[in-house]
Design a protein around this ligand. Structure first.
Ligand code: CAA
Ligand code: FAD
Length: 384
């Protein structure tokens, strides 16, 4: 299936993007990454610089302030950034593959000029608001309502777990307008921060990706003009699902980066640390761990690149995105746990980075559709 997507030849542009992302990660993200994790500090300056370097709207046309690159470039940059800082990675992923892609693919010309341009050029950050306290995996059961009032919608309800919840200026909010139509009654509305009735809840105190800001968002009689609806009436759920297909490629790349970052640190450490008179890299037990990590990470890498290639080639990528996200996130959780083991006691303290990577890896099995949801998506594709 989709064999024409199998060309992984990197162009000079791809390599330049990968190098630029690696330099940025090493020079700008690495120095403060442990402190930001400890103090739950959003990487404000670093996010601004990601925008200046063109990493916040990578797949958006230059006409709307983006970098005009393909999905493979985006995945390569995500991988390099997440090798060092998965919190910066999720800020970037939500902005690129959910908010910017969603607006670029389905927004009106007016919406692109007004909202996409500042988002893609990194002047402001966006948020994607689908999940609710009682609607996570079961995303069709939206409780948030968007009552049709003629020239505007009246938005009421609560969104949960919103990445960039505080730092964002523009939010894409899914809400139910016609409950009798079930998911076909849902709309996606562009809601600006500062609109009366729009409040931000407390920051979540998370296990991992602690530097990214996750908040609930509350809407109480928020007036949203009709021209802020994306697509036709009732298109909101299809919009969310279609956009999430690409989002899952971004999270797969995040997982790949976390695993690859932990692997690189493990190889370095195994060569340096000596026990029983020789580097631990000379013990076969450690060599086998490294060999297994390398193999699984490489398999995950090709799956992530394949999903990106499918999207770039115009192939259907629902299944390849779900498979890449499912597999890469499993590899990330497993490989980071092995990385901590290779580091012994040093792996259990913050200074050596791998304990943070293990905590960060876990979220890749949960958000943008849990592992179980990815399996449902894959099974439905097989059986349809
Ligand atoms: N691509 C396109 N359309 C899709 C789709 C996909 N991957 N998955 C479902 N749809 C469409 C279906 O075709 C159907 O449309 P029609 O009625 O027109 O045929 C519609 O959506 C409803 O689908 P189902 O009947 O299959 O609905 P369901 O309730 O049985 O299950 C689900 C749907 C796949 C489980 C879905 O609810 C889901 O994906 N849940 C996970 C939600 C999720 O990923 N949330 C992420 C939030 S964002 C986030 O997490 C960001 C972050 O952390 C950084
Ligand atoms: P539930 O849906 O309650 O699932 C609980 C468990 O049951 C899981 O293991 C799940 O896999 C399993 N399960 C559920 N249904 C089934 C089934 N039918 N078959 C088998 N197993 C099932 N959402 C946004 O909209 N925007 C964001 O920016 C965003 N960012 C996030 C950031 C963080 C740090 C976190 C933690 C979450 C974020 N989310 C965001 C929400 C995320 O997408 C949801 O948490 C996720 O989709 C799971 O939903 P839930 O938490 O309600 O779990």
């Amino acid at each position: 299936k989709n064999l024409e997507g199998l060309n992984f030849q990197l162009s000079e542009e791809h390599i330049a993007v990968k190098d630029a992302a690696r330099d940025f990660a090493q020079n700008d993200l690495l120095p403060g990454v442990i402190e930001r994790d400890i103090h739950v500090k959003f990487p404000k300056e670093e996010a601004k610089k990601m925008g200046e370097l063109g990493f916040m709207g990578m797949m958006v046309d230059a006409k709307y302030g983006g970098s005009g690159m393909d999905t493979l470039s985006y995945v390569l940059a995500m991988e390099e950034i997440c090798k060092v800082d998965a919190s910066a990675g999720v800020i970037m992923s939500v902005n690129n593959s959910l908010v910017c892609y969603g607006l670029a693919a389905y927004g009106s010309e007016e919406q692109k000029v007004r909202f996409l341009t500042p988002l893609a050029s990194g002047q402001v950050i966006g948020a994607f608001c689908l999940s609710e306290p009682e609607a996570g995996s079961d995303a069709t059961s939206q409780r948030t309502t968007a009552e049709d009032k003629g020239d505007h919608y009246l938005l009421n309800g609560t969104k949960n777990w919103i990445t960039n919840g505080d730092s964002s200026s523009i939010c894409l909010v899914m809400a139910q307008t016609n409950p009798e139509l079930k998911h076909k009654g849902i709309n996606c509305l562009i809601v600006e921060k500062g609109t009366p009735g729009f409040a931000i809840g407390n920051k979540e105190d998370k296990m991992g990706i602690r530097a990214s800001d996750t908040h609930s968002l509350m809407f109480s009689d928020v007036k949203v003009p009709k021209e802020n609806r994306i697509g036709a009436e009732g298109f909101g759920f299809k919009f969310a699902m279609s956009t999430l297909n690409g989002g899952r490629i971004g999270i797969a790349a995040q997982a790949l980066g976390i695993a690859a970052g932990a692997f690189d640190l493990s190889v370095k450490y195994a060569k340096e640390r000596k026990t029983f008179g020789k580097p631990i890299a000379e013990h076969q037990a450690i060599q086998f761990k490294l060999a297994e990590m390398r193999t699984k990470i490489e398999a995950a890498r090709w799956m992530v690149y394949k999903a990106a290639r499918d999207k770039d080639s115009g192939n259907d990528y629902v299944e390849s995105a779900a498979m890449a996200k499912y597999y890469a996130s499993e590899v990330a959780m497993w490989a980071t746990t092995e990385a901590v083991q290779i580091h012994g006691g040093y792996g259990y303290v913050r200074e050596f980075h791998v304990e943070r990577m293990m905590r960060d890896a876990k979220i890749t099995q949960i958000y943008e559709g849990t592992t179980e949801i990815q399996k449902m998506v894959i099974a439905r594709e097989i059986l349809k």
